[in-house]
Design a protein around this ligand. Structure first.
Ligand SMILES: *Cc1c(COP(=O)(O)O)cnc(C)c1O
Length: 393
């Protein structure tokens, strides 16, 4: 009998024993403040649906119209079979929204990073990457074959020391950082990073997946938040979080966008998002450009929830954004906390290693404009109950 798969069984059991096994819940309803999860109605504290757009009537209507007019699928990669008017329109509108020269869309934010980094740097080059960057940035860096130097998290002196030591031995350099760090909710010191990039004339790239629709005027993102228009070469984003749909975007300098259309491998070798996806994203832009109401409500909700959680005695970490980590320490405690919350009618996932460092397991609460104050109060009540029961507060 063959035992070539025994190692998989062993590894899976090790994950279970360490409290690191991913139990994936099944959702039986549209996204919103409340969900049907595994048949139970629960308060949704998990999704990145920051503005409640995932099931917004305007997005659903736009997707239906595109489905009727343009069909269900794109049928081939854009560089071979052409691209729809909807995709072109989406890119034009995204560039305008972000206040940049040009934009290109991808199937996901993950793919946007996999496309962009290897197109910009190769074996002769060096990348300076924040130690806590998202997995898709890390994979994009590895794929490029460039030398990767991880600098200390949000530490500009560490970044500069790494540049001084390494840049001269390489053809060119790239600095890459998350805008908002998804597990802690802290924001990269982009103005200081920009000063360093300018001083050494290095390409600067920021992944604003959790900043788009959240930071800046009406959700225009981290570059707008810091007033750095025209200074950041490459802004990566996702259309799957605040935008509520699916897809990735790279916005910035027109030359770089043109280069990505020629050399971004996920653009050249993988089909685009569907016409209904593109149309729904355009509808999201219409909403964002017409009013700041949703973004304002998101921040109001986030401030309220975070202040109340602190008052209850929870450690909410270093977040300055609507991402609200509840720091618990051990992964088994975080998993138990999440299970108890679910029993109490709250869907909030435990996050452990390797998504966050060992010993820094947490429940991550994602606040949304879709939450009413009543919803937040119910969530707080459940956290208080479980926190007391498990001796956390
Ligand atoms: C979520 C996220 C991504 C991936 O976006 P998808 O569109 O879901 O693939 C990339 N980068 C960062 C920083 C993210 O938080």
């Amino acid at each position: 009998m063959s035992n070539r798969l025994d190692w998989v069984r062993t590894e899976l059991q090790a994950l279970r024993d360490a409290g690191l096994y991913n139990h994936i819940r099944t959702i039986g309803s549209p996204q919103g403040a409340w969900l049907i999860v595994d048949g139970k109605r629960v308060l949704n504290f998990c999704s990145n649906n920051y503005l409640g757009l995932a099931n917004h009537p305007a997005l659903v209507a736009a997707a239906k119209k595109a489905l009727d007019e343009m069909g269900a699928g794109p049928a081939a990669v854009r560089s071979i079979a052409g691209t729809t008017t909807l995709h072109v329109e989406l890119e034009r509108r995204l560039a305008k929204f972000k206040g940049v020269e040009a934009a290109i869309t991808f199937q996901s934010g993950f793919n946007a990073n996999l496309a962009t980094i290897p197109a910009l740097v190769g074996k002769e080059d060096v990348i300076f990457s924040d130690r806590l960057n998202h997995a898709s940035i890390i994979d994009g860096c590895r794929l490029s074959g460039a030398k990767i130097i991880a600098y200390d998290h949000c530490h500009v002196a560490s970044l500069e020391a790494a540049i001084k030591e390494n840049l001269s031995q390489h053809r060119r350099g790239l600095i890459v950082t998350d805008g908002v760090f998804s597990m802690d909710g802290d924001v990269a010191p982009l103005p200081e990073i920009y000063e360093v990039a300018r001083r050494y004339d290095i390409l600067l790239m920021v992944d604003d997946a959790h900043g788009e629709g959240v930071l800046g005027k009406g959700g225009r993102g981290i570059v707008d938040h810091f007033g750095l228009h025209g200074k950041v070469d490459i802004e990566v984003g996702t259309l799957s979080k605040a935008f509520g749909v699916v897809g990735g975007v790279v916005a910035g300098n027109a030359l770089i966008i043109e280069w990505l259309r020629q050399r971004g491998r996920p653009f050249l070798f993988s089909s685009a998002v569907t016409p209904p996806d593109a149309a729904a994203c355009i509808a999201a832009l219409d909403l964002l450009e017409s009013s700041t109401e949703l973004v304002d409500r998101l921040w109001e909700n986030a401030r309220y929830f975070k202040a109340e959680m602190k008052a209850l005695g929870f450690d909410t970490g270093v977040s300055t954004t609507p991402i609200t980590p509840i720091m618990l320490g051990g992964a088994p405690l975080a998993q138990q906390f999440s299970r108890e919350l679910f029993e109490a009618g709250v869907f909030a996932m435990a996050i452990g290693y390797p998504t966050v460092p060992q010993g820094k397991a947490r429940i991550r609460v994602m606040i949304s404009a879709a939450h009413a104050k009543d919803d937040l109060d119910q969530g707080l009540e459940a956290f208080a109950k479980v926190g007391k029961k498990l001796g956390v507060i």
